[in-house]
Structure formats: C-alpha cells, structure tokens
Design a protein around this ligand. Structure first.
Ligand code: PRP
Length: 204
C-alpha cells in the first residue's frame, strides 16, 4: 500500500489519468473529498505547496510536485522521475523597455519564491531587497513596489498583459515524482514498481 500526495488541480487530474492508464480503471476523487482509497493506493489531495511536506514527513510515500516548488522549499526527498508536465520557467520580469542592470543600487525584487530569488542574486554577488508576496506578483513593478519580479512563466500571457517582459531565466521547471527517503528503502519494491510503470507511460 502506497500513499500518494497529489496537488489539487490539473496536475492531480493528469497524474490520476496516468494511474488510470496503468491499471486500466478510472481513479477519481468524489466531489469535495480529499482522500481516495483503492486496494493498492491511498491518494491525498493537498495544496501544491504542501505536497513535499506530506512526503518529507512520510504522511505520503510518494507525491507529484513542480521542481520550482521543490527548489524553493529545499525539503530532503528523493526525486524519482521528471513527469514532463506543467513545464514552465522561473524568470525575472521587468516593465517592458526597462534596462536589466544589476549594478543599480537598492534593487527591490518581489517574489513568492524568496529562496530561489535569494540564491540567484547571491550567486551573482548582487545585494537586493527581496519583498515576499503571495500572488499577483506582476503588479509589483507596475505600482513601484519593486524594480523586478521573480515568477513562474508558463505562456507568458500574464507578464505580457501587464506590460512586463522577461529579462532573464533562472530555471526550467516541470512536475516530478518524488518519494520519502524511508519509504524509498522500506517500500522499495512498491515504489520502484510504480516508478517503472509511470516511466513507461511517460517515456514509452
Ligand atoms: C502563475 C504565475 C504567473 C502566471 C504565469 O500564477 O505566478 O502569475 O501563473 O502564467 P502565464 O505565463 O501562462 O501567464 P498562478 O496562476 O499560479 O497564481 P498566483 O501566482 O497569483 O498564485
């Protein structure tokens, strides 16, 4: 029996479809239910930012979460497989036409991904003030809260429609199958079995 943490929304749907393909039956959460029990799996529907927490504490054996979120949270879990879904970039955005000049003093950067942001600027030895926001990040440069933002870009539509443009990319992200370190050892056969089956669906 494996417990699987899935992030609410499209990724959960895509992942359950993969399980459906593997086992030849439909896996579906009832209406507002957050738990789905089948003979071999218990699926948990959690917030995207909570997936790695469930897996890290072994409340779930495996989970599915974006690499961007894993990098931001830095929890010690096993990265098993790139599912190649939810592909996006973490990029720096500025008001269109503005110069990306890291020598400018007192730079302010707004982001919900403060750790990724901190690491990026530390590696460049640039000191910036990081302003933590929880969403609608694109607003920050428009009203002068920050000079630039670090945010997820998927289609680029949000930046474009708000008069921003990407000035640099920090990382590419996609969803990963992850495992708890102890489960990976204690339930190795089960974890590797599902890993191999998912890998087959993803990579043929
Ligand atoms: C993410 C991200 C951008 C948008 C990018 O926001 O923070 O705002 O998606 O997608 P696009 O390039 O396809 O326009 P999300 O929908 O997760 O909401 P939030 O950041 O406001 O929580």
């Amino acid at each position: 029996m494996l417990t699987v943490a899935l992030p609410k929304g499209r990724i959960a749907k895509d992942t359950l479809e993969i399980f459906g393909k593997i086992f030849g039956k439909e896996f579906k959460f009832d209406d507002r239910k957050l738990i789905l029990k089948t003979p071999n799996f218990t699926f948990l529907l959690v917030r995207n930012q909570d997936v790695a927490t469930y897996v890290y504490h072994q409340a779930a054996d495996i989970g599915v979460v974006g690499l961007d979120t894993l990098e931001e949270q830095g929890l010690d879990v096993v990265r098993l497989l790139d599912l190649k879904k939810g592909v996006c970039k973490v990029s720096i955005g500025m008001k269109k036409g503005e110069k990306f000049d890291l020598n400018k003093p007192d730079l302010k950067v707004a982001s919900k991904m403060v750790n990724i942001t901190k690491r990026y600027f530390q590696e460049k030895a640039v000191s910036v003030e990081i302003i933590k926001l929880y969403g609608s990040i694109e607003l920050a440069p428009l009203i002068g809260l920050a000079d630039m933002i670090v945010d997820v870009v998927e289609t680029g539509a949000t930046m474009k429609q708000n008069g921003l443009e990407v000035v640099a990319d920090i990382m590419t992200s996609s969803t990963y199958l992850i495992a708890n370190k102890n489960s990976y050892i204690a339930k190795k056969d089960e974890v590797l079995d599902i890993y191999e089956k998912i890998n087959k669906v993803i990579n043929g």
